[in-house]
Design a protein around this ligand. Structure first.
Ligand code: ANZ
Length: 867
């Protein structure tokens, strides 16, 4: 028989599937829908193993649901805007559009070679005007509703990329892409008012409980960061220049108000310089503020030296009447709460350190049970619970109780009130870059902002631009883009900013449903039929932002009546896959550190050496495959060597989907061997095609095989059923069935019943393997004379009765040592077991001449004989 040749048969089947349109969503309109989605790729130029794993996982789920009879939506597209295209343009002189579309073309071929069941009719690229025009329309509608607004903001500025970064794009003070130290700058920026949805975004996480990974839900919750507390006003000793009479703080600890001994405000707080002038310390404070601006805004969890400067001004603690000094401190964020903190050094560690450093008063107002804290000897703040002291009428109260009582007191005295604060900030979406969706706004002569009318959308991104290495957007000063005639406005100036690419990825899953519609962003019928996405699969690195933004967009589009009114959440279930890891090779350290690509390394007698210079290199641990560590395996190479089916199988077998996949060459070989054996199991038995499947065996080897069959169907079905997704164990079970079939010696001259059973097992195995390895199974199904394509075949069913063993093997122990094993009916009685055990020669030998004092049978497991 011909040998297994994936290189020939894989393209053949891919072509047939395309021709027959088996992967088209909507071809079973009468059936229940299943929307399977994987995060769409950025067209960087080449597919990497992370993609390969992501889409392999998604494809198993999609194919499995087709075989279960669902109408499946499984689309793919390209997250095509973004900075790498611009950087490539600078490096290679190629236009970002050309670079992007070329990459898409190449990666599309790569994806197609892997045989994923994508509905290619729905392919989209976010850089197509047909796509982004809808984003622009939504933006103008958000503007009309006040959900998109412009304001001057201190932003993170990356001097290298010449652009503003969102807070979450600042990693340890550096730009997330290039690592350059980020600076603070004041610029007019566009924001989306996600904070209006903070409460709903938080509350609806409940609906995802059990269907999204817990840690993702926790990360979302923390990001939204709801805090309960109080606002309270500290009156200024003298009103500020602008007439402000008090400083408002947000605290989660109103119970500690009697211990507030100074005030800390943010460097950007509008009162900072005013109070400094009042206090005669303008120079010192101004210098401090300048120094703060030199680095970017700090994240709430970053660790850095706490520093501050006294403004020379004072305010009054509303309950004690103390004059408390006002400081400017680097750990107070302007964007959170009110940008001012009442400092309680005795009960807040940060304030404690600050007070020690700058010699501020420390007053204990909460005593923990059985202790008596003394500020003179305290080594840190007491942040835990306790009873109130030195707090006037509130003395003796439990501090939780005191939170409520003091808040009520502030309210009655009109000095404050209960308050809720969210850590979530409005979403800064404007970028001073070229390769993105133009913001569809214009400015009239008076500088007033107007949205571009819907009938004038899209605002096309001009193609005739020159991308300059020194950065800055080529849209600024572009001859045709700059000025535009807008009805009712006159000659107006266009906004030259583009949108954050996270905006495009916040709604692409909707556009897939009617990608060519010129009437709707998403056809309402299609949205009703297909939303929400039933299973979303992607990297955990998107656990916060992308998922939060997509959830926000879904709610906004629902409120704009673009989506059904009852659609609150876009992704019903979420699976976050682990990373693909491999060891890496390097030499040197610090600035001499150099990584060696895998193909340049070979095993020498004394360890690995670089082929390029013959000198030894060190082997690093398993880490995520990446360009920087040069430890990536190219999916193309894998496919060329073994075929797509083996590559897919390896990805799914080597680890459960949520875990990191540690690269292992022998496991690739193992996957390849499994498929080779599957091929021969059927290829070596051409007579199988002429036999009808059957199972009539009630006893003997045939019955044993029959049990294997039903057990395997059951196990694989359970493993594939959401949310279990235990692909690795499913494959292990299929391997076991295959091994059992190799032992079941059946040939053309065997009894008809055995041949029928072999046929039944072979075709079932082919069906079970199909979601993992679609090509080889399609070919074998065809060889067996199976009808139609496998996706349209019915998923095998199991008979519960045949999934349980009717005999069990029992170990017989005498004085704790196993002396024999007996085969016995699973439901055998103790007497039957006893009879059989005592009949064993080796058992007789060990009890000879002794009295049996106890005979213990643990049903189905073990026999213990005490003599
Ligand atoms: C007084 C106090 C006493 C506080 C105490 C804590 C402990 P979460 O829980 O994260 O909401 N805070 C308020 N606004 C701030 C800002 N803009 N920048 C930095 N810190 C700020 O944190 C709320 C607490 O963080 C608030 O409660 C405030 O300090 C501080 F024993 O007020 B607390």
């Amino acid at each position: 028989m011909e040998s297994y040749d994936p290189q020939t048969l894989e393209p053949l089947w891919q072509k047939r599937w395309e021709e027959q349109g088996v992967h088209r969503a909507g071809r079973r309109p009468e059936k229940q829908k299943f929307y399977q989605l994987e995060m769409f790729p950025y067209p960087s130029g080449r597919l990497h193993m992370g993609h390969m794993r992501n889409y392999s996982i998604g494809d198993v789920i999609a194919r499995y649901h087709w075989m279960r009879g669902y109408d499946v939506m499984h689309p793919i597209g390209w997250d095509a805007f973004g900075m790498p295209a611009e950087n490539a343009a600078i490096d290679g002189g190629q236009h970002p559009a050309k670079w992007t579309y070329q990459n898409i073309e190449h990666m599309k071929v790569q994806l197609q070679r892997l045989g994923f069941s994508f509905d290619w009719d729905r392919e989209l690229a976010t850089c197509d005007a047909d796509y982004y025009r809808w984003e622009q329309l939504v933006f103008t509608r958000l503007f009309e509703r006040g959900l998109a607004y412009k304001k001057k903001a201190t932003v993170n500025w990356c001097p290298n990329d010449q652009t503003v970064l969102a807070n979450e794009q600042v990693v340890e003070g550096g730009c997330w892409r290039c690592g350059t130290t980020v600076q603070a700058r004041d610029i007019e920026q566009w924001f989306l008012k996600i904070t209006d949805y903070a409460e709903e975004l938080l509350a609806d996480l409940e609906k995802l409980q059990g269907k999204w990974p817990d840690r993702v839900l926790t990360m979302q919750r923390n990001w939204i960061g709801k805090s309960h507390g109080a606002h309270t006003d500290f009156e200024l000793e003298k009103p500020a220049e602008d007439g402000t009479k008090s400083i408002r703080v947000f605290t989660t600890r109103p119970d500690t108000l009697f211990g507030a001994t100074f005030m800390s405000i943010a460097a950007e707080h509008p009162l900072a310089l005013q109070l400094a002038r009042q206090g005669g310390r303008e120079a010192e404070v101004a210098a401090f503020i300048e120094k703060e601006k030199a680095h970017g805004r700090r994240g709430p969890d970053e660790d850095f030296e706490k520093e501050g400067v006294f403004t020379g001004a004072y305010c009054v603690n509303p309950v004690t009447g103390w004059q408390v000094p006002v400081w400017v401190a680097n750990f107070v964020l302007m964007g959170y709460g009110t940008g001012a903190v009442m400092a309680v050094p005795s009960h807040d560690q940060r304030d404690f350190e600050f007070a020690k450093k700058y010699d501020q008063r420390i007053v204990v107002v909460i005593q923990p049970e059985g202790e008596s804290l003394d500020p003179a000897t305290m080594e840190g703040a007491h942040e835990g619970p306790g009873k109130l002291v030195a707090s006037g009428q509130f003395d003796g109260l439990d501090n939780e109780e005191a939170k409520k009582k003091i808040t009520a007191f502030l309210e009655s005295e009109k000095k404050g009130e209960g308050a809720i604060t969210y850590r979530l900030r409005d979403w800064l979406i404007s970028r001073q870059r070229y390769w993105g969706t133009p913001i569809p706004m214009v400015y009239d002569d008076a500088g007033k902002i107007h949205p571009v009318p819907a009938d004038q959308l899209p605002v096309l991104l001009p193609q005739d631009v020159e991308i300059k290495a020194e950065g800055g957007s080529p849209l600024v000063g572009h001859p045709d883009f700059g000025k535009v005639e807008i009805p009712g406005v006159g000659l107006a100036q266009r906004d030259t900013d583009t949108m954050d690419t996270f905006v495009e990825s916040s709604w692409y899953f909707l556009r897939y449903l009617s990608p060519r519609s010129t009437e709707h962003l998403v056809d309402p019928e299609m949205a009703r039929r297909w939303m929400p996405v039933d299973q979303y699969v992607g990297g955990v690195e998107h656990a916060v932002l992308h998922l939060l933004y997509a959830r926000f967009f879904t709610k906004v589009l629902r409120d704009l009546d673009i989506l059904p009114g009852d659609l609150d959440e876009p992704f019903d279930a979420l699976l976050t896959q682990g990373m693909v890891c491999k060891e890496f090779y390097y030499r040197g350290e610090g600035s001499d550190l150099k990584y060696f690509p895998l193909e340049d390394v070979e095993e020498g007698p004394n360890g690995p050496v670089a082929k390029s210079d013959g000198k030894p290199v060190s082997k690093g641990p398993m880490v995520k495959m990446s360009k920087s560590k040069k430890n990536g395996v190219d999916p193309d190479e894998l496919v060329e060597k073994y075929g797509a089916d083996t590559a897919r199988l390896f990805c799914l077998f080597a680890a459960p989907p949520e875990h990191d996949l540690l690269w292992d060459d022998t496991a690739v070989e193992g996957a390849s061997r499994f498929l080779g054996r599957l091929w021969r199991l059927i290829g070596d038995r051409p007579w199988l095609a002429g036999v009808a499947p059957g199972e009539s065996q009630e006893a003997g080897e045939g019955a044993e095989i029959r049990r294997w069959l039903h057990k395997t169907i059951k196990a694989v079905t359970e493993d594939l059923t959401p949310p279990r997704f235990a692909f690795n164990t499913a494959i292990a079970r299929m391997t076991e069935l295959q091994n059992a079939l190799y032992k079941f010696k059946v040939d053309e001259s065997s009894p008809e019943a055995d041949k029928a059973l072999m046929r039944k097992c072979a075709q079932t195995l082919v069906q079970l393997v199909h979601p993992f390895c679609p090509h080889i199974t399609e070919e074998l199904w065809n060889k067996l004379g199976g009808e139609g394509l496998l996706l349209d075949s019915e998923w095998p069913v199991f008979d519960e009765q045949w999934t349980v063993d009717d005999t069990v093997t029992i170990a017989v122990q005498i004085k704790g040592k196993v002396r024999a094993k007996i085969e016995i009916a699973a439901d055998a009685s103790q007497d039957e077991v006893r009879e059989k055990a005592l009949a064993e020669p080796n058992v007789q030998k060990h009890i000879e001449g002794q009295e049996i004092r106890k005979f213990i049978y643990v049903p189905g497991k073990i026999v213990n004989i005490v003599v």
